[in-house]
Design a binder for this molecule. Structure first.
Ligand code: SDX
Length: 394
């Protein structure tokens, strides 16, 4: 190899870029969006306000927030021609598959989003994406259920409108419970950005080739789907349900995870590449889970199992030595379930929350004119060898 290549599989020790958007301190468990602590934003802000902060760098004035919100409302509808693509999906197609396909097809409907866009075209692409993703996500769910879709209602807030599109039926209007609306708002804020995680790095890499914002986001959706990343929230609930069905013996599953090499089992919702003491988001979500379930009068035995599993793991040397703590995905599914959201929509919810972060990072990468991403490798294959005629191959 010419030159000196340092191998860093999984980029564990590589800074891929400079960014002013999100700050993480893994040792101290600190997460800040544009300098604002996640605890304050989760408590006092709204998802659209946090989206504006991440994308444009400052908390919006009242006027800026109103115009951002109103412009999003104008674009919530999905192009009727796009509905035809949508209707082509088989009933019960996985919502994440529909989401990534339809987001990518926005590039076909708005070709001006390709290549070097003007500032106005970029701004409009951002608004369209923020506006249409909830509609596409809810319609993907309705397709999966074989239900007719619900059109957006602009009199509703972002979160209330999404729940309406998800759960209203021709025979029954969906009345939004403020506790549910507030819980969804908090969850979306907590998922909004997380510096250079797998899906965000994917968005930046795809965007660095000057692919459109829509196709870059579609790539991020696909990276998020993996069970080691955003797909973990669905795996967590399925794991907790399995433990419950198996008599609730959490210690047995802790032991299985400790013998991962033979059992191939790992505790989903535990561990993090950056956080080595605790994930600040998990702390907030755990408290919110208690609050939401008690105010909705829901007694979900899986929450108790989750707490027992956390307790068992945090007192076990295997987990303590490896600094494995609950991450953002460990408790989030328990709240989504209390909101009536089915498990195959959990990762879609993660994508809805992460969208403004992906957009902000894509925008920053393009504004700083980052070169096309093209890492090198350490070659470990065959040395030079000559072509073999097919008759002399064994
Ligand atoms: C997200 O990057 C982000 O910021 C992501 C995210 C975001 O907001 O974008 O925070 C969202 O993806 C959260 C993570 C969701 N994934 C899971 O919950 C899946 C379970 N977790 C693991 O797969 C793992 O912890 C990762 C993927 C999260 C982190 O993997 P690393 O940093 O590559 O760590 P590793 O796989 O090298 O593990 C180190 C050791 C290994 O043991 P040894 O080989 O040293 O003996 O810890 C063990 C692992 O076997 N280990 C686990 C474990 N996670 C790591 N053992 C049991 N259960 C687990 N969950």
């Amino acid at each position: 190899q010419s030159g000196f290549i340092t191998l860093d599989s999984g980029y564990k020790n590589t800074g891929a870029t400079k960014s002013a958007i999100t700050f993480l301190d893994g040792e101290e468990g600190i997460l800040r969006y544009r300098g604002y602590p996640i605890e304050q934003l989760a408590e006092q802000s709204s998802f659209l306000e946090v989206a504006y902060l991440l994308i444009y760098g400052e908390l919006p004035t009242q006027k800026e927030l109103e115009s951002f919100t109103n412009e999003i409302k104008v674009h919530t509808l999905v192009n009727e021609d796009m509905r035809k693509i949508f209707d082509g999906f088989p009933v019960n197609a996985h919502p994440m598959g529909i989401l990534s396909a339809l987001v990518c097809s926005l590039t076909a409907f708005y070709p001006e989003s390709m290549g070097s866009v003007t500032a106005e075209q970029e701004r409009l692409s951002i608004v369209r994406l923020m506006a249409k993703l909830p509609t596409i996500a809810a319609w993907a769910y309705k397709n999966h259920m074989g239900h007719p879709v619900n059109y957006p209602q602009n009199r509703l807030s972002y979160c209330a409108n999404f729940m309406h599109m998800m759960f209203a039926l021709p025979v029954e209007e969906y009345i939004v419970n403020p506790v549910i609306e507030d819980a969804l708002n908090t969850l979306l804020i907590l998922h909004a950005d997380h510096e250079q995680n797998c899906s965000t790095s994917t968005v930046r890499l795809v965007g660095s080739s000057h692919a459109s914002l829509y196709s870059s986001i579609s790539a991020g959706i696909n990276a998020l789907w993996g069970p080691l990343h955003g797909g973990a929230n669905q795996e967590v609930i399925e794991m907790l349900e399995e433990i419950k069905a198996d008599g609730g013996d959490v210690k047995k599953y802790v032991e299985m995870a400790k013998n991962a090499k033979t059992t191939g089992f790992r505790l989903f919702g535990f561990g993090h590449r950056v956080y080595k003491n605790f994930d600040p988001r998990a702390k907030i979500i755990k408290k919110a889970a208690d609050k939401v379930l008690s105010s909705l009068g829901i007694n979900d035995p899986v929450l108790e199992i989750a707490k027992q599993l956390e307790e068992a793991a945090l007192t076990d040397p295997y987990f303590v030595e490896r600094k494995l703590y609950p991450n953002v995905d460990f408790y989030s599914g328990i709240i989504y379930r209390a909101l009536g959201i089915p498990t195959n929509m959990f990762t879609v919810m993660f994508a809805l929350g992460r969208l403004p972060g992906w957009i902000a990072q894509w925008k920053e990468m393009r504004e700083t004119k980052e070169p096309i991403g093209r890492p090198r490798q350490v070659y470990v294959g065959h040395p030079k060898r000559d072509y073999l005629d097919i008759n002399s191959r064994s």
